[in-house]
Design a protein. Structure first.
Length: 101
């Protein structure tokens, strides 16, 4: 697995940790709960595949990363933009992690 994929995985894990730590901010938002569940599942899949990464798994890793990025763009980024007005501290933490990669 290359350094870029490792960095992305670490970023995804950091986003997941922030969401878990602050779950009380979004547990009442059905759409975000669903998006978070899909995100966490994809991150776990990426983590497992990356442990056994070989050249034959490279296309699967790339597809998982694309799927995760789509979830982040469509659901997470929008939700945290909305949340900026209600909880600027959580928004800033998410935004810092998201933009660091």
């Amino acid at each position: 697995m290359n350094t870029s994929t490792i960095n992305q995985l670490e970023t995804y894990k950091a986003i997941e940790a922030v969401c878990v730590k602050n779950h009380s901010n979004w547990t009442d938002v059905k759409e975000f709960r669903g998006a978070f569940s899909r995100f966490a599942l994809k991150v776990a899949q990426l983590d497992l595949l990356s442990e056994n990464a070989g050249s034959s798994l490279s296309p699967r890793l790339e597809n998982l990363i694309k799927e995760i990025e789509q979830i982040l763009k469509v659901h997470f980024d929008r939700y945290f933009d909305y949340l900026q007005q209600k909880n600027s501290e959580l928004y800033q933490v998410y935004n810092h992690i998201r933009r660091s990669n």
